[in-house]
Design a protein around this ligand. Structure first.
Ligand code: FES
Length: 158
């Protein structure tokens, strides 16, 4: 879920009385919203008295927390040694050609994001990509277009 209009008052009410529970509270909010919208951070600050600067200190310290909405499709391309040697650069180039972004970028409409990862732990399937957690093995650059079209046709990746 990636809604910003979700009610987080129950989460705040649950964790507010527990000393040192800011991380747990933010964790639960991200679980409900998909990320930590600024207005939710402000709501936490208002209702708990914790300064907004302290909340952002925590949010930026832990890489787990996301401050922007997650993309519709998170495409991870393994760039570990086996995948690199078997075609990861060509897959990245094809993705760049087809959706116009590079590794580490997100499309303006928030539909796709591409990240490079170091070894997804299934080197025997190299080269490997994952989309929203679903693994695609032995991917050829020529198959990337079909994979993306499958997503648009509602073939859910996860
Ligand atoms: S190097 Fe890609 S899965 Fe291991």
């Amino acid at each position: 879920m990636t809604q910003t209009n979700v009610d987080i008052s129950d989460i705040i009410a649950k964790w507010k009385p527990v000393k040192g529970s800011l991380v747990m509270m933010l964790h639960a909010i991200q679980g409900k919203c998909g990320y930590i919208p600024r207005e939710k951070a402000m709501e936490v600050s208002e209702k708990t008295g914790i300064p907004l600067s302290k909340i952002y200190e925590v949010l930026t310290f832990y890489h787990f927390f996301k401050l922007t909405p997650p993309p519709q499709y998170q495409i991870n391309v393994c760039t570990g040694t086996a995948c690199y040697l078997k075609g990861a650069p060509e897959i990245l180039a094809e993705l760049n050609k087809l959706i116009g972004i590079k590794e580490g970028e997100t499309t303006k409409d928030g539909k796709y994001a591409i990240a490079g990862l170091r070894c997804l732990g299934c080197c025997g399937l190299a080269p490997v990509i994952s989309i929203n957690g679903k693994i695609y093995g032995q991917v050829k650059a020529s198959q990337v277009k079909g994979i993306l079209e499958g997503l648009d046709k509602g073939e859910k990746p996860a």
